[in-house]
Design a protein around this ligand. Sequence first.
Ligand code: FMN
Length: 192
Amino acid sequence: MKLLEAIEKRRSVREFSSRKVKWSDILEAIDAAARAPFAGSINNLKFIIVSNEKTKNEISKQCQQNWIATAPYIVIACSDETRLSSLYNFRGPIYSRQQSGAAIENFLLRITDLGLSSCWVGAYADELLKQILSIPEHINIEAVLPIGYAKSAKKTKGVNVSFEKMINWEKWGQSKKPNRFNDPSTRDHGFS
Ligand SMILES: Cc1cc2nc3c(=O)[nH]c(=O)nc-3n(C[C@H](O)[C@H](O)[C@H](O)COP(=O)(O)O)c2cc1C
């Protein structure tokens, strides 16, 4: 699958089929996460792969989202900001959250590429989830990622905010594209 296709196909899926998922595919997605940019090349991520039914139910309960337990696997993405904080001071925790997000998106794109589906779940009771999974206190939970094959195909979606609202040219607040950007556009993004 080409990159653009994976970007366009990735959707949050919350209903999974009973089709078996290969655990090695999850390692493939973690491999993609590990290729994200990391401040100082410090990969501070850890992943927990859960397939035990009882544990999946407990995770689902702590997220207050019953559908999560129906996924064959749940991956918990975690980060340890200790080393980043000692190297980069107040920026350490910021970098840690930023690079976790970049890695999670890589993970989701590779999941899509493998024909699998997921959903980035960010609502959970951190402390209770840590207890269930024996995660140490100083570790942050970055995302809960249920993985499975989608029960039904989801439509790709458009960009729901106009480029005019998102893009500034040369400086903040300048929405009109200057003439010096005069090379032809490869796609119609609404700018003349
Ligand atoms: C930080 C973050 C937290 C999220 N938390 C949840 C969540 O707790 N439950 C859920 O069903 N979806 C959650 N989502 C998924 C969004 O609802 C979803 O990405 C959004 O509706 C856009 O749909 P799409 O992913 O199909 O493009 C979260 C997404 C992000 C980035």
